[in-house]
Structure formats: C-alpha cells, structure tokens
Design a protein around this ligand. Structure first.
Ligand code: GLC
Length: 609
C-alpha cells in the first residue's frame, strides 16, 4: 500500500526535479528561517503527501534499517539508537559519520525534511565510549540542587550534540513508589517535589533551542510508571515494570502528574508514553490521559513518542494498535522491529477513515514544529567543532561535584571525616574498584555491566589519590578474618551490580553474602566506613550496628573520585535521602506520608560533619 503510492510519488518528484526546481525549492516558505515556525509548518504540511506524513510519524531503529535508501524512501521522521546500539566506530567521529550519512539519505527525498536522531542519554551520553558519565537520577535527587542538574543537562547536551544527535529520551520524571522496581535509580525520588524541581535538566538540554549545543528533551514515561502494583505486569511473576498503576485519578494527579506540568512549563519538546497501564488501560492507548489531560488540559504543544514497540502491547491486532495509539494521542511511533508493516498499517487505517486526517496533521505539525525550533532544516549535519567538549575535563569536574553532592551520610560514630595521613587502610567490597558497577545500567549497553568498561576513576582509585604518600592502601574484595588484621581503618564499598528496567525488578534487596562477610570481617577488626553503591536502598539493618559509619553513594558514574573528596573532609556532606530506606522487605512499598511510617532512615534524612 505504502510502497506503491510512495514509489509513484517519488518517481513523479524525480521527473519534475531539475536544477531550477531544486533552486526554487530553497525559496519555498518552509525553507525560510525568517518566517514564524507556524507559517513554515503550515506551508510544508500543505506540500506533504499522505506517505510523507506517515513517514514523519515513524521512528526506525538504526540496527533494523537494512537498506539506507529506505530512509529517504519512507521519509523517516526519526531514527533512534536503543541502549547499546552503536556504530562500529563508537567515537564522536564514528557517530557523526553514521548520522550524517543517514541525514544525506533523508534529504534525498523531494521535500528534504531532515531526520531527527534520538537516543537515551540519561546520565551523560552513556552509549558512547569516553563520555562523561554523571550520577543516575536517584543520586541527583539526593543533591536537591536543580541548578547543578541544569548544568549537567547542558554538559550532556554538548556531548550529545558533538555526535550529531539532537534528541535525548531524558529526563525520566517517574516517581518510584516501590524500590523493588528495576527503574528506581532512573527516578529522582519517591516524592514529586524532587522530580518537579529537577525538570531544570530540561532547561539544560534545550537551552535556547536551536542554538548550537542544544538538544530536544523528553519527559518520560507518561504517566504513573513508578506506581505500578506488584505482580501486575505482563513481564512475569514478582514484577512491577510495565505493570498496572491501580490508584485513583486523584492520587495519580497528586503523585505522578506534577513533574509533567513543570516539564511543559519549561517547554519540553517531547513526552514519551509509558508501557504501564492506568487501572487496566494501557497508556499507549489512553486518549483521556494522552490527549484530554496532557494536550488539552496541560497544554502540551510538543509531540508524544511511543516507547519501544509500546503500541504492540495494546492488543494482538496490529491495525487496532496503530488506530488506538494514534487516535489516543501518540504522534510518533518508536517502531524498532518492522517499519514496513507500521507504515503500511497506518496508511491503510487512514485510507479506511479509521484515523481522521486532522489527527495526522496535528501529529505531523507537532513533530515539524520541534524540528524547525531545533534549527534542523538550517543545520541538518553534525557540528564537529563540538568534538572537544566530549568527555571534557570541565564536564568531569562537574560530574565529580555531582557525586560529592549526591552522597548521604546515614551514620557517623566520630569516624568521618577520615584522616588523609592514616597509616594503613584496607579497602574492601564488590563495588570499591568497579567502574561498571558504580555506573549502573544504561552504560555502554542497555543493562550495563561490571568491569573496567569506561574511562574515569573508581572509588578505590579516588581513595588512593587522596591519602598522603605515607599511607598504605590495600584492596581485598572480600577479605577473610585473617586478611583484615593490622590496619587502622577499613572502607567497605558494597552494593548492586548493573541492571535496567524489568531485569532489575527484585524482591530481596539484601546485600550479597560476599559484601556482608566483608563488613563482618573488616568492621570486627578495625574502625570501618561502609559505602553503599546501588540504584536504591539496600536492606542492611542487621549489619548496621557493626558499622562505625554508613554512606549512601547511589550510582556515581565515571567520577568516583568525588566519594573520597567527601570521606576525607575536603567537602562536607550535603545530600538528603530522596527515598525512604526500609528496615526490611516487609515494609515495601514505604513512602513519606504513609499513615504508618517507620523506615530505618526517613525520606529527607542526611547527616553532616
Ligand atoms: C526502553 C525504555 C525507554 C527508552 C526506550 C528507547 O524500553 O522504556 O525509557 O527511552 O526504550 O531505548
């Protein structure tokens, strides 16, 4: 269906195109940056065929594009990289070459509408080797510092922009209400006050949109993704991710909606629909929430992007899914698997009168508006002068500051700050010397992984570079009792290994046996500080009495040096818990404001020197 009519259209355009008409095209109103965006959109829309419009509503995944000519043939509005979907040359230049090649194909189409490339740059440009990796959102929530987070947005935007990408699927403004959820670390915290203040990151990403170094932001996942009921998802037993949020509309509006209002006030260009459901109705097909509330009541003028094949979860019928998602208010469909089927189905549904053309024109206008605001028509290719900003020392210093401000001091029996001239220090624990673990998921790959995966400093390296030359620092991951003798101080860095999304759903948040043994053996033999590197609180109540000090470090990213900066007193603790720290698993879900509220450490708690 799409194929035939598209081929005819392109052939006609080809025959008509001559040097003169190409020149004439540049003079058409929509190509004139001096005209108001609304006029440019109106003019371009009037020139678009149905196939052009369907193409703009399609986002293909780079790895699934078998023939680059498809980019111009289908006229994709966007191409994305899923987590870890990277070019062979995973450097800024490798990305710029790949994306510019895609763009040249997009501009071969008669109307020359540039393609907008999107990626999950959620804690720095985390798919690209050598990028500055910032703390994940849960740690940024602990900083309560929106100005810092805005700077992080701008730094991330510069690194993303350097690779030719102009759109990030960030920030996640989810409100994590149950830390058994694998996406808790993508949340700024359990109370909407933090995510609302941290929408400042959108101002960092988008800046004066269209100026060099600016990218489009995405508030996600709309709405209620962090409030799903246990065992309500279709991803298996004991799961929360992509589940059903079974609360009143009043509670949805009180807890989960506020950050979207703030994001819209800050001009967010796109919003991503959630995989989850609201009282049994998939958000991807929820007209009341996607259109009546988000677009009409809240006045969202950007475009709604679906999540990864998210429309396929509506029902087993592809035609019904396309029809329901677009009519509900989805404007662009993230279609990583089968863009041929999607474009065919959408075209057929429109021609059958099941989707009004007014809805299609609204969706395409929203998409084009952001592309014009981004300046994409004037500057469709990579600005390679930004290469020098990628992984810059300035950005790493900013990330190190964020690590410092994210640390939360939970216990201190006069052992912190540590003395830099301590003679013999034993460092232990699974997360002391593992930059992969301290970065967490969405780092180099979708799930992330342990090991020396990116440049930066581990917590151990930070400790070694902070102590005096006379100090001796040994590292034993899980020392036995006889290996923990003869030291003046122990620093045990424990916590989680990387994970993402539903693969992180977990019904037991206890520390691992090796880490518990390390705490036991080190803290029995010397003064000890325990540092927890994790995407969420860990159950450690039984081991707490053994610890002289306890610090929550969340997922600090590439600049582990920031931990030692505070442990050894160059900076004070300023962090506060963005999430309640439970005594045991039976307390979950536990959130500030609950009628019975007795966590080990309360939301907002944090000590100082
Ligand atoms: C994932 C996530 C979403 C991400 C998208 C593209 O499944 O749910 O947060 O932006 O797919 O990678």
């Amino acid at each position: 269906m799409f194929l035939k009519s598209r081929a005819t259209q392109l052939l006609t355009a080809l025959l008509l195109t001559s040097a003169a008409s190409a020149q004439a095209q540049d003079a058409v109103p929509y190509m004139d940056p001096k005209l108001p965006v609304e006029e440019r959109v109106k003019d371009l829309l009037s020139r678009m065929s149905l196939e052009d419009k369907v193409g703009q509503m399609t986002q293909a995944e780079r790895g699934n594009i078998k023939n680059l000519d498809d980019i111009g043939f289908y006229g994709f509005g966007s191409i994305l990289s899923g987590g870890g979907s990277v070019p062979g040359d995973n450097s800024p230049e490798g990305w710029a070459n790949m994306i510019d090649a895609f763009q040249r194909k997009a501009l071969e189409a008669p109307l020359k509408i540039p393609m907008l490339y999107g990626i999950d740059a959620v804690h720095g440009h985390n798919n690209v080797y050598g990028a500055t990796i910032f703390p994940h959102n849960i740690g940024l929530g602990a900083t309560r510092d929106p100005e810092l987070v805005k700077k992080i947005g701008a730094a991330t935007a510069a690194e993303v922009y350097a690779t030719g990408i102009r759109w990030t699927f960030s920030p996640c403004v989810c409100i994590a209400r149950d830390e058994r959820w694998g996406r808790t670390y993508e949340s700024f915290g359990e109370d909407p006050e933090i995510a609302t203040m941290m929408t400042s990151v959108i101002e960092g990403y988008q800046g004066d949109l269209g100026k060099p170094g600016t990218i489009l932001a995405t508030a996600k996942h709309y709405v209620g993704d962090g409030g799903t009921a246990l065992d309500s998802s279709n991803t298996g037993n004991y799961s929360l991710d992509q589940g059903d949020t079974r609360i009143s509309e009043e509670e949805l509006r009180k807890i989960h909606l506020p950050p979207y209002k703030a994001a819209i006030e800050k001009g967010v260009g796109s919003i991503m629909a959630s995989f989850s459901s609201f009282n049994g109705v998939k958000l991807h097909g929820h007209k009341y929430l996607l259109t009546d509330v988000l677009k009409n009541e809240l006045g969202f003028k950007g475009f709604v992007i679906s999540d990864w094949a998210g429309i396929d979860q509506i029902s087993p019928d592809p035609a019904k899914n396309v029809r329901e998602a677009i009519n509900a208010g989805v404007d662009m469909v993230m279609e990583p698997n089968n863009y041929v089927r999607f474009t065919d189905t959408l075209t057929a549904e429109i021609k059958a009168g099941n989707i009004p053309m007014s809805r299609i024109d609204d969706a395409v206008s929203r998409i084009l508006t952001q592309k014009f605001k981004l300046g994409l028509f004037e500057n469709p290719f990579t600005d390679r002068s930004y290469f020098n900003q990628f992984g810059s020392q300035e950005h790493r210093d900013l990330a190190r500051q964020a690590v410092r401000e994210s640390l939360v001091l939970l216990k201190n029996e006069q052992v912190l700050p540590l003395k830099k001239d301590t003679a013999r220090i034993l460092v232990a624990g699974s997360n002391a010397d593992d930059i992969g673990n301290q970065s967490g998921g969405w780092t180099m790959t979708w799930q992330g992984r342990s090991g020396d995966i990116i440049p930066g400093t581990t917590i151990l390296q930070g400790i070694k570079s902070t102590v005096s030359a006379s100090s001796k620092v040994d590292y034993v991951k899980w020392p036995e009792a006889d290996e923990a003798k003869g030291y003046d101080l122990g620093i045990v860095v424990v916590g989680e290994r990387p994970y993402a999304e539903g693969q992180g759903d977990k019904m037991d948040l206890s520390l691992g046996d090796g880490d518990r043994r390390a705490i036991q053996n080190v803290c029995a033999a010397m003064k000890c500080v325990v540092v927890v590197v994790s995407g969420r609180p860990q159950i450690l109540t039984d081991d707490l009495p053994k610890m002289n000090a306890l610090v929550a470090a969340w997922l600090p990213g590439s600049e582990g040096q920031g931990v030692a900066d505070v442990l050894f007193g160059d900076f004070n603790f300023t962090g506060k818990l963005p999430i309640s720290w439970p005594r045991n698993m039976d307390q979950l879900p536990i959130n500030v404001g609950d009628k019975t509220y007795d966590p080990l450490f309360a939301y907002g708690f944090g000590l100082k020197y």
